[in-house]
Every structure is written in structure tokens, then in C-alpha cells.
Design a protein around this ligand. Sequence first.
Ligand code: UDP
Length: 372
Amino acid sequence: MKHYDYLIVGAGLYGATFAFEATKRGRRVLVIDKRSHVAGNVYTKPVNGINVHAYGAHIFHTNDDEVWEYVNRFARFNHYVNSPIAIYKDELYNLPFNMNTFSKMWNVKTPEQAKAKIAEQIADLNIDVPQNLEEQALSLVGRDVYEKLIKGYTEKQWGRDCKELPSFIIKRLPLRFTFDNNYFNAKHQGIPIGGYTQIVEAMLDGVDVCLEQDFFDLRKTKKLRTGEEISYDKIVFTGAIDEYYDAKYGHLAYRSLRFETEELETDNYQGNAVVNYTEREVPYTRIIEHKHFEFGSQMTTVVTREYPDAWEPGKEPYYPINDEENMRLYAKYHALAKEDAGVIFGGRLGVYKYYDMDQVIAAALGDVAKEL
Ligand code: UDP
């Protein structure tokens, strides 16, 4: 029987970083994943020379020098800067909300004029401290930008009214009074040349990995799907924390996604990697044209339409719903976890947090340092 110090559940960024660091420190680890590939949701798959972001667009950005240096050990990054386009009916705008957006919306030319326009649009609302996403958005960008570029997109993305969503979601996006279409306010940004999968493969080089392995079967039988018996001292779990505890207090809520990907016989379908469709009536939120992440010059292209989808147990959870009710429920699971010396939770699903990739890696590095 093979014995491991750590059974790592999930071969995404958290699991792979933990595995790499623990192995480096002489620990024996086994990584399992229920999917047939490593890299979790950052998995990229080559299709005719184009690296397709199979679970939605991932653009690496960080202010953390240490994390940037760290990921650059596993891949070379290009100088891609995310500058999405928003299409509302027959109008086209630059994102994030900046002077290019405002000048197109109102024909204003200076920051002062843009600020005056926003102030005029919200003068009668008297929003002091924004209580929800709608109030937050209105107070930042005014009614026109809210109605055309935020309301429809957000309500289809989350399946809820903007008045019922926490305001922090919209604070992810920068708001600038300069002509700067960079979607992130990050010090470092780029796409790994050749895709994300190689990063995780490099981290897991020399580590035991068992794919298409269900954790709950293994927990019960202590046998891998190959029939091999194993034992382990501790679990690192990057799946949903409520599922780990058999949803004993009830299920946490998530938002799911559905992707429709197609190859097209054109070299340039939309002229940008990310185009958001912000009106409510268009059922998808965005179209991703993958080749533009790596400045591809292939003869054909691959595009993906991203459809928000209701989540129910059994469906793939993508986003945690961090509203008050779910945070209260999460606190109960977190309390269980704190008393449980046999498991460490990590990643977006393990700690029920709307993490970016750099935060996941930073958390894994921090947890390993604490643990070992
Ligand atoms: N958002 C919006 N309009 C857009 C893009 C984003 O209103 O064109 C809002 C929406 O509420 C979304 C949030 O900003 O959920 C965060 O967007 P981000 O691009 O960070 O979302 P992610 O890429 O994580 O889905």
C-alpha cells in the first residue's frame, strides 16, 4: 500500500502550487482530479494551433511581485493587455469605464465634463453609502453607463436583480478618468505563451497524479480507480467545501456557466479577444476569440460564447454567490474546517471566495509556508 503525506484533491492552481511546494520540501503527495486533464479551470486546449481557454477566459494579472516572479518560473508570459469591447444593441464602447467610454456615450472631451455628466445623472438619487450593486454602479458611473453597460450584463451573469447583489462585484472593475482601456489596474499582466496547462504540468512534474478519480469514492474505499490501495495523513481539498461535508448544513449557492465553442473559417472574427454583450436580451455575456490572447496569425479562428447558467447540485460551480445568506452558511462550514486537523481547504471553491488566479497562488504559498 502506498502512503502519502498529502492527498491533494483538485489539480487546479491551488492544488498544483501546494503539490509543487510540498514535494520540494520532501513530502509525498498524490494529486487527484475528477476530470480527465490537469489545470482545473485554467486548462487550455490547443485547437489548430490556438490555445482555447476551455473554462472561460483567464488573463493573468497581479500586483504581487512574488507571485509574478513565481508564475514566470513555469512559463514565459506575453505582453497581452486586456481591453474588452462592450456591445450594447448597435453601440460599441471601450471597457473598463474610462474616458473613451464616456466620450463615446456623451461626446464629452475632458474628465471634468465626464464627472459633471455623472454627477448630473445621479443628483436626484442621494446615494450616500451604496447598499447594493445597483447603487454602487449608479454612484460611480451614472445612469446611462449603468443602464447600457452594467444592468443587463450583470443581471444575466448572476441571474438576480442588481439591487440584490453585493456591491463588491462591480468594484472588481477599474473606473478611470483617463483614456486608458486596460481592464486591470495591475502592475503585471500577460498570458502564458503556449497556454496555462503547461504551468500546471510543470508544477506537477514528478508528482503522482490520478485523473478521472472521484474523491468521495476514494474517501470511502481508500482505493484508487485502478484498484490500488492508498493511505494518507492529510487532505488538501479544492472542491466545494459544502460538498466535502456532505452539505450537512445545506448547499452553498453558486453560479454556473455553459460554453459554446466553434471553429470558423476566418482569420479574424471580432478583432479582439473579449467582446461583452451587455444587453439583457442577448443570452450570452461575452464572445472570446482565443487567438488574440497570443496574437495568433492562424488562417482560422476559434470563438466561444459564454452563457451564464443556473447552478444546482451536480452542475459545475464557477462563481460563489457571496451574499449575506451564503456567507452565513459558509461561516458554519469554515468553523467545522477550523476544528478539523485532517484537511486544508483552498481555491475558489474550497474557501468560497471570488478569487483571481494570483490570489489563489498567493494563498497556496501562504498555506504551505504555514503548514510546512
Ligand atoms: N460587468 C458589467 N459589464 C461588463 C463587464 C462586467 O456590468 O461589461 C460587471 C458584472 O457585474 C460582472 C462584474 O462586473 O459580474 C465583474 O466583471 P469581471 O469581468 O471581473 O468578471 P469575470 O471575468 O470574473 O466573470
